[in-house]
Design a protein around this ligand. Structure first.
Ligand code: SF4
Ligand code: SF4
Ligand code: SF4
Length: 334
């Protein structure tokens, strides 16, 4: 058995994750700037027309869930926010195949959460709650996903779903979301500040305890054939894997990490000092490189995007002047 005191690879899982997260966050900022320009035109503040970027609809998961309900019931794709449904299905597919790759590498909120978590650990403020508190707290986000799923798939009838999807609230939802970032209310600022402070003292508080989107992806990732596996013969029980895990999963006690809390970030693999002790396997048998999870997650997103562009499942069927009218009617103050 070989124990490594120095890094084995030029690119570590931590660096790779931060690089991808930073790249996607920059891309989201670019999308936000383009959407702001579209909004400016739509609200008559600018003469310059900039096409609405479809990627902005990735910030509308509830609209996408309703779009999914309509698609499953009628085979009709959401005509208002088609890219939102495409992105949602790409992310779910990603979770099913490659764990919560969206959370680990792509979600900009996850990136901020990751940075706050690292700051909390560096400042020695970050703590992992004891199991008696951790388990019930983890359940909060599953209550959230249960609530949304019940509302969308059971409580609402198809006609209500379709009315919502084509209604003014949904049409302007992306602009409302933009306003949350560019012109937050006092309540929003207080809530965000509280979450940031909480995340400094409790490891990854938002993602681990509160985000229903992450909870939904966790349920799909639980079925994923891709998982970190531990070679019990090689393991020296040093605990570095558990210490480095953003989900505080007790990796050193597992043979295969199947937890829905595992986002597939590969930080445990990077922290393990023993060669080939922690590896990534598909279907429990076929070893794959740790880079596979991140690269394939991005590939899934790009494949869905390419398919949607080619088949008309990306750009909204609503003409820009229709958005212009809706924004002017319902968002004069944005
Ligand atoms: S848990 Fe939610 S906020 Fe966190 S990375 Fe996943 S989707 Fe993003
Ligand atoms: S178990 Fe490993 S791959 Fe899963 S979240 Fe923890 S560190 Fe990341
Ligand atoms: S699997 Fe975890 S406990 Fe075992 S050697 Fe690797 S880092 Fe240490």
């Amino acid at each position: 058995m070989q124990i490594n005191e120095s890094p084995r690879e030029r690119l570590t899982p931590v660096q790779f994750r931060l690089l991808l997260q930073a790249a996607f966050t920059l891309f989201n900022i670019y999308v936000g700037i383009r959407f702001a320009a579209f909004l400016s035109w739509a609200l008559g503040k600018s003469e310059v027309f900039v096409a609405k970027p479809g990627a902005v609809e990735g910030f509308l998961p509830i609209s996408a869930l309703l779009g999914l309900r309509q698609w499953l019931s009628t085979a009709e794709w959401d005509p208002v926010h088609p890219a939102g449904l495409t992105i949602f299905l790409a992310i779910v597919t990603m979770a099913f195949l490659f764990r919560k790759g969206f959370c680990a590498y792509i979600c900009p909120v996850g990136f901020i959460s990751n940075l706050i978590d690292r700051a909390g650990r560096r400042l020695k403020l970050s703590r992992v709650p004891r199991p008696w508190a951790d388990y019930p707290l983890t359940g909060i986000k599953y209550l959230g996903v249960g609530f949304f799923s019940y509302t969308v798939f059971i409580s609402m009838d198809l006609r209500s779903v379709q009315s919502f999807l084509t209604g003014p609230y949904n049409m302007v939802a992306d602009a409302k979301m933009m306003a949350f970032f560019t012109d937050p209310s006092t309540t929003s600022l207080i809530v965000v500040t509280a979450i940031v402070l909480l995340s400094l003292v409790i490891r990854n508080a938002w993602c681990r305890y509160l985000c229903p989107y992450g909870a939904l992806l966790g349920l799909f990732s639980w079925l994923s054939p891709t998982a970190v596996t531990r070679d019990e013969e090689r393991c020296i029980g040093c605990g570095k894997c558990t210490k480095g895990c953003p989900g505080a999963i007790k990796v050193e006690e597992k043979k295969i990490v199947r937890s829905p809390e595992c986002i597939g970030c590969m930080e445990c693999v990077g922290h393990c000092p023993v060669d080939d002790c922690l590896t990534v396997k598909a279907a429990g048998r076929f070893r794959v490189h740790w880079l596979t999870v991140g690269i394939c997650s991005v590939a899934v997103l790009l494949l869905f995007w390419g398919w949607a562009k080619l088949t008309g499942h990306w750009d909204s069927e609503m003409p820009p002047f229709m958005f212009k009218r809706m924004y002017s009617m319902f968002l004069g103050a944005v």
